[in-house]
Design a protein around this ligand. Structure first.
Ligand code: F6P
Length: 243
């Protein structure tokens, strides 16, 4: 069982994203049609080091996942996740946030904010091992591995929602594709803003620092309340949404 992940002495089996799960969102459709249905990336969900951690994580409405994206090319496009948005928090007009940390390799996080049918902000954050990347409410997100090395990343997220894939599928991918020649605007989006490049940041207000293993916040999960009740913690997102 070569795909199992050992986390805290527990073995986890992944959900596997196959190439042809991504048919709508791959840039080079001609290349895609000639390809076998290979495994692209591995999603290990709801991890914990022990039962007591798991109880705390569930009580706080959270989930800790690890995703492994081996290096690959999708024709002349770098391997990436399918991409999704999050639904609104019940009773709010704000959607759930998510927090990533690169554990190994390098990630390019593409975040895009939709307002109705338009994308009004596109952010790219390039992150290396230890770096944190926050997905604010309202932003869809895609992770791209351009590094030629295995990318292993973790995320904390609210456990009570299902991701929304259709808005990205129906426009054949994110607002930009990352090709060997650089970022290419997706023509199906019409007008999109230029990319804002941001650096990975610390979030001292939540006790989160690049370089510190973010799983350890399991001992103080109230600090992640911004993932479950983003409406109560808008300051933390402001550094990214209006720098
Ligand atoms: O759902 P996608 O777009 O394939 O992206 C996968 C990622 O999303 C998550 O489900 C969390 O948003 C992770 O488990 C995984 O990293």
């Amino acid at each position: 069982m070569g795909n199992e992940l050992n986390f805290g002495g527990n073995l986890y089996r992944p959900d596997i994203r196959m190439l042809h799960d991504m048919d709508e969102v791959v840039y080079n459709q001609e290349w895609l049609r000639s390809q076998e249905n290979i495994e692209l990336y591995y999603m290990y969900r709801d991890l914990s080091r022990n039962e007591s951690d798991h109880k705390k994580i569930v009580e706080h409405g959270l989930r800790y996942d690890i995703t492994i994206i081996p290096p690959a090319m999708l024709g002349d496009e770098y391997v990436k996740t399918a991409g999704h948005y999050h639904p609104p928090v019940p009773g709010q007009d704000l959607s759930y946030a998510e927090l990533y940390q690169v554990l190994e390799g390098e990630a390019t996080y593409l975040l895009q904010k939709a307002e109705g049918d338009r994308v009004v902000d596109v952010i790219v954050c390039e992150a290396k091992a230890g770096d944190l990347a926050l997905v604010p409410p309202g932003y869809g997100h895609i992770t791209i591995n351009t590094s030629g090395k295995r990318l292993k990343m973790a995320n904390w997220v609210c456990r009570d929602f299902a991701s929304l894939y259709d808005p990205i599928k129906k426009l054949f991918g994110g607002a930009y594709y990352l090709l060997t020649g650089g970022f290419e605007k997706n023509p199906d989006y019409g007008e999109v803003p230029d990319i804002r490049f941001i650096k990975p940041m610390d979030y001292p207000e939540a006790g989160l620092f690049c370089g510190n293993d973010m799983y350890e916040i399991v001992n103080d999960l109230n600090k992640l309340d911004f993932l479950v009740h983003p409406q109560d913690h808008m300051d933390i997102f402001g550094k990214i949404t209006s720098p």
